[in-house]
Design a protein around this ligand. Structure first.
Ligand SMILES: [Zn+2]
Length: 153
């Protein structure tokens, strides 16, 4: 679809692509409010989970297994919060939602990266909506390269 940003991702947008399968792409999210936060994006324009094909669902199940195992193995995540929200598209006068799924790893212990320590202060509760997602670029690079190395094995 021409006017959909998610259908025409630039090279820059793809800079933090972690993994690609037949139907889905996985990106490290810009927001790192929960370290290792990623987005799974369907490679075709489709507005809702209810419209996925059987093949897309099968691959999504495998991808959820893979990404969750990666976040646990590499970063020590205790669990993952998966969400398919799609709300922000509907701020537009003519919404054209493009299916994507957020995964926020949650931690019962601090995560150490490049001399910094990140704590999941809301562990055991719903993820925070207004928590800063900015982390130093070097820490983001480290998360990206560690996750990508595991996913590329
Ligand atoms: Zn699209």
């Amino acid at each position: 679809m021409d006017n959909c940003d998610w259908c025409s991702l630039s090279e820059k947008d793809r800079q933090f692509q972690l993994y690609e399968s037949r139907y889905w792409s996985v990106f490290l999210a810009d927001e790192q409010d929960y370290i290792g936060r990623c987005i799974l994006v369907l490679k075709r324009h489709c507005g809702s989970l209810s419209e996925l094909t059987d093949g897309e669902w099968d691959e999504l199940r495998e991808l959820i297994r893979k990404v969750e195992a990666c976040l646990k193995a590499v970063l020590g995540a205790t669990l993952c919060n998966w969400s398919c929200l799609m709300n922000s598209f509907h701020k537009e006068p003519a919404p054209e939602p493009h299916l994507h799924i957020h995964v926020r790893p949650r931690y019962d212990k601090p995560v150490a990266l490049g001399g910094n320590v990140y704590t999941d202060g809301e562990f055991g509760h719903h993820y925070a909506l207004r928590k800063s997602g900015a982390i130093p670029a070097g820490d983001r690079e480290e998360v990206f390269s560690r996750l990508k190395e595991w996913l590329d094995r």
